[in-house]
Structure formats: C-alpha cells, structure tokens
Design a protein around this ligand. Structure first.
Ligand SMILES: Nc1ncnc2c1ncn2[C@@H]1O[C@H](COP(=O)(O)OP(=O)(O)OP(=O)(O)O)[C@@H](O)[C@H]1O
Length: 280
C-alpha cells in the first residue's frame, strides 16, 4: 500500500505505483469506468447503454430491484462475463478484451467477497486465505502463512479461526474469512456482493464498520452490491441505483430528492426512513 512518504520532487511516493502499474489515466481518473454497457441474455436486455464512474477511494453502494443486473455488472467489471456492447476499464485497463495473462494480473489487484463467502470447504480458513498468495506470488510458504495470519486478524477473526474449516464457522465468521481472502493480495479495489445478507442487525453493523475501517486505513476503493439500507446510509460515499437498465449515481441526499417512483419509494419507504433515523 501507499506508505504516505513524499518524494524529493514533492509528489507522494504512492504516485509511483500508479504510474508503474497503469496509465496516466489510472493515476487521476476513475478506477472503474463503464461506458455504453449493453448486456443481453437471449431476448432479455439487462443493461442498455449503462455508464458508471467509480472514484478512487470511495465506497460505492450499488442497489436496484431484484434482477436489475447488479451481480452481472460486478462480474462484467471483473471480466468474468462478456457484455454485448460497451467499454469497461478498471485501473486504466480495458477488461472486456484482456488476454488471460492480463486478466490474471488485474485480478491480483482486486479482492472479491461473493455472497456465500465462496470458500473451499475442504480447506481450512488459513489455507483458503493462502490460496491467492500461492497463485499470484512466489513467496516462501512460511511468509505466505504469516501474511494469511495477518489478514485473518485484519478481518476481525480470532487466531484459532485459521485452523478451522468453513463448516465449523458461523455465517458472520464465514464472511470475515472470505474478506480475509479478498484482502490477501493487498487489493486496490474490493468488490462485495451482498456482504451483510444473512447477518443479524448487530453482526451486519459490525461488518459495515469493519469494511469502513479497512477502507480508510488501506485506502481501498469499495464496490458493494447490497440490499441493506443501513449499510448504504452508514458507510457509502455514493449510491448507484440500477434503474430502467441504466445507473443513476449520487449521494443519499441527491437520491432523496429524485422523483423517480422506484427511487422515491426505496429511500422514502419505512425501511429507508428507519435506516436514516438510526444514523441521526
Ligand atoms: N448466466 C446467465 N444466463 C442467463 N440469464 C442470466 C445469467 N445471469 C444473470 N441472468 C439474468 O440477468 C438478470 C440480472 O441478474 P443479476 O443476478 O445480475 O440480478 P441482481 O440485480 O443481482 O438481482 P438480485 O438482487 O435478485 O440478486 C436476471 O434476470 C437473471 O436471470
């Protein structure tokens, strides 16, 4: 991560990394840039001319009705699904037309927490966290094990969780183990798909604060698909609403003033009101 040092020419040392690893656009522009995205499955059009910029260092919440294409958008940005048309750039690279080698390189700069944690059930938590380090680095095993221990602690798990299998963990601990794995490679961008789904309200609030704390201390950009209004209100800098096959992005206040019927009902409905008042 950026060590915060300032070089003799006055530029922050972290800028070296951005220029080394990407283009000039990467240094200052959005970390994710989507333009004219069209997604089709057979006769169904899911996205139709969708544009989105994700800014460096923000927590962006992505919401929308069921089936509006939030998870598909996440997978398209990661290069796992190919759109019918449009451009997607992540960290200055076009993710639609990457070679396999480039895709693996870009993958190493992103961490993903899928809805169910997506851990390998036959491996321990520590082995799950070590997996991406083994795939993407040639560090010695002793160092990989040490890094895994640090990531497990960063995700708020006790040290003995590393030796456990996913089946021995609660739902909240599985999320944290998935988060530890997503952080394994010191990603620039963290993708979260419904991170608080299935957690009780106290567990969900604790997970939200963990994400916010990590995002601030590590300088992460967070792209979070969620249905959780509490998460939107408490940790998101901006909210992207998938509506009418496109995206409207803005702050909570901007969405509160949006007269679109779905957006109005979503943010002004009883759950939206309760989440806002809980934050006051
Ligand atoms: N591989 C696929 N093949 C065919 N249709 C798909 C595929 N993946 C997604 N879809 C369809 O695309 C639409 C968007 O799916 P997606 O999972 O992105 O929705 P979502 O907004 O994440 O919904 P939810 O909030 O219910 O999880 C849905 O109608 C879904 O059935």
């Amino acid at each position: 991560m950026d060590n915060g040092l300032v070089r003799t020419d006055g530029t922050p040392a972290g800028q070296d990394r951005a220029v080394e690893r990407g283009t000039a656009a990467e240094a200052g522009g959005p970390v994710i840039r989507v333009r004219g995205l069209v997604t089709r499955f057979g006769p169904q059009t899911v996205h139709d001319g969708l544009d989105l910029d994700v800014r460096r260092g923000e927590v962006l919440g992505v919401v929308g009705g069921s089936g509006t294409g939030k998870s598909v958008l996440l997978k398209e940005i990661l290069g796992l699904i190919r759109p019918a048309a449009g451009r997607i750039e992540m960290l200055g690279r076009d993710t639609v037309d990457l070679s396999e080698r480039e895709r693996v390189a870009l993958q190493s700069r992103t961490g993903v927490l899928f809805q169910n944690g997506a851990l390998f059930s036959s491996l321990t938590v520590a082995e799950n966290v070590m997996l991406p380090l083994r795939e993407h680095s040639d560090l010695p095993d002793s160092l990989i094990a040490e890094i895994a221990r640090v990531k497990i602690a960063m995700a708020g798990l006790p040290p003995d969780a590393g030796a456990k299998h996913p089946s021995q963990l609660s739902g909240g601990m599985i999320k944290r183990a998935g988060l530890a794995r997503a952080l394994a490679l010191d990603p620039d961008i963290l993708f979260l798909d419904e991170p608080t789904a299935g957690l009780d309200p106290i567990g969900a609030a604790a997970f939200d604060q963990l994400i916010r704390g990590l995002q601030r201390s590590l300088g992460l950009t967070v792209f979070m698909v969620t249905h959780d209004l509490d998460s939107l209100v408490s940790i998101c800098d901006r909210i992207a609403v998938l509506i009418d096959k496109r995206i409207r992005v803005g702050t909570l206040d901007q969405h509160l003033a949006d007269p679109h019927p779905w957006i109005h009902d979503y943010f002004h409905g009883p759950r939206g009101r309760a989440a806002r008042h809980a934050e006051d």
